[in-house]
Design a protein around this ligand. Structure first.
Ligand code: TXA
Ligand code: MG
Length: 333
């Protein structure tokens, strides 16, 4: 039995925005673009609506959601904004930065997985902001993919993954940045910590906060307590097994079987076989992040037995963000 794709894809006309805002205000789900990836949105103050997000994604209840807001005042209704939060919000909002802060009482437990903290972000995408404004709701929204699979950066990606489980997808074209927001833990403003690398760098945050931000570690050492909820090792995964290599040369290519694909950062010079893929034509990190999830989906179409992916050199924010997603895609089940 094949599932029917019941989702309707909407163009971003004013009439459609009003209609989708009404769906949200009435407790429904809408997938919509942000500048990072597409999100599956619901009224963050409606526990029933938020439970439907977890059901649609097949997401475990211990993986909390990010609440998206349209103003600092709305953020202050959701979370306790300390001075550090106000400073980074002023510097980076609207934009790809999520803050983990002590939560305000009105936020349903389902949104935060029962934690006393909440993740908040003011996205930069005009359509997502329009949905928040027109619905009058802060919007809880995880990435709009089935749990554990590659995040979506187009309406077509959302439809391919969730088309039989949700009714409404707003098409705003491809997400510009292409990897999820940087997550900064500011529960204790004296000890800020990076929980997920994204387009905004740790160094940029340190400059604004005027203090050290502890670095992101993909995997907590065994000796430590369980990592933060949702910081799951395996994530963003294509079905095709993926292995990481730090640098591939032409000479390595001969050793790779014909049914194995190779993902380079930069398009290699010379003759290019069907099994050669690349993230950028010129090595631009912006382009690499922007295309990453789409290329991973192309590589996952069943033609390849294995994917060899090259890590991006350097410590720039987007290099670390892309490498993090590749490493998680490569993690064993
Ligand atoms: O760019 C993004 O952040 C996208 C767009 C849609 O805004 N959203 C996104 O959501 O990536 P999601 O659900 O795929 O990832 C959010 C992660 C969770 O997996 C969890 O690790 C973390 O945010 N998170 C949420 N609330 C938290 C909390 N109270 N404490 C620690 N981590 C939290
Ligand atoms: Mg996600």
């Amino acid at each position: 039995m094949t599932a029917t794709l019941s989702a309707r894809v909407y163009r971003p006309t004013p009439a459609n925005l009003s209609r989708l805002a009404r769906v949200l205000a009435e407790g429904g789900l809408v997938a919509a673009p942000t500048e990072t990836v597409y999100g599956l949105a619901a009224d963050a103050l409606n526990a029933r609506a938020c439970r439907a997000i977890f059901r649609a994604k097949g997401r475990p209840a211990n993986d909390p959601l990010i609440v998206h807001v349209d103003s600092l005042a709305q953020a202050a209704d959701i979370a306790e904004l300390n001075d550090a939060a106000r400073a980074v919000a002023k510097a980076f909002w609207p934009g790809p930065l999520t803050l983990v802060l002590p939560k305000k009482p009105g936020v349903p437990a389902i949104v935060t997985s029962g934690l006393d903290s909440v993740a908040v972000r003011m996205p930069a995408h005009r359509l997502f902001r329009a949905l928040i404004r027109r619905s009058g709701c802060p919007l809880a929204a995880p990435s709009a993919n089935p749990f554990g699979y590659v995040s979506p950066t187009t309406a077509a990606h959302v439809r391919a993954g969730l088309g039989s489980r949700i009714g409404h997808i707003l098409d705003g074209g491809p997400s510009e940045i292409g990897v999820e927001s940087t997550i900064l833990d500011l529960r204790n403003p004296k000890h800020p910590a990076l929980l997920r690398p994204g387009a905004i760098s740790r160094e940029a945050l340190e400059t604004v906060l005027k203090r050290r931000v502890s670095a992101y570690r993909r995997k907590a050492p065994e000796s430590e307590a369980a990592p933060a909820p949702g910081m799951l090792e395996r994530h963003y995964s294509p079905r095709t097994p993926l292995t990481l290599v730090s640098k591939l040369t032409r000479a390595d290519l001969g050793r790779i079987a014909p049914d194995e694909a190779i993902l380079f950062l930069k398009k290699p010079a010379g003759k290019i076989g069907a099994s050669i893929f690349w993230l950028t034509s010129d090595g631009s990190l912006e382009e690499a992040a922007h295309r990453l999830f789409d290329v991973l989906r192309q590589l996952d179409d069943g033609r390849w037995r294995k994917i060899h992916a090259e890590l991006i050199p350097g410590r720039a924010a987007l290099a670390m963000a892309v490498n993090d997603r590749l490493a998680r895609a490569a993690a064993k089940r």
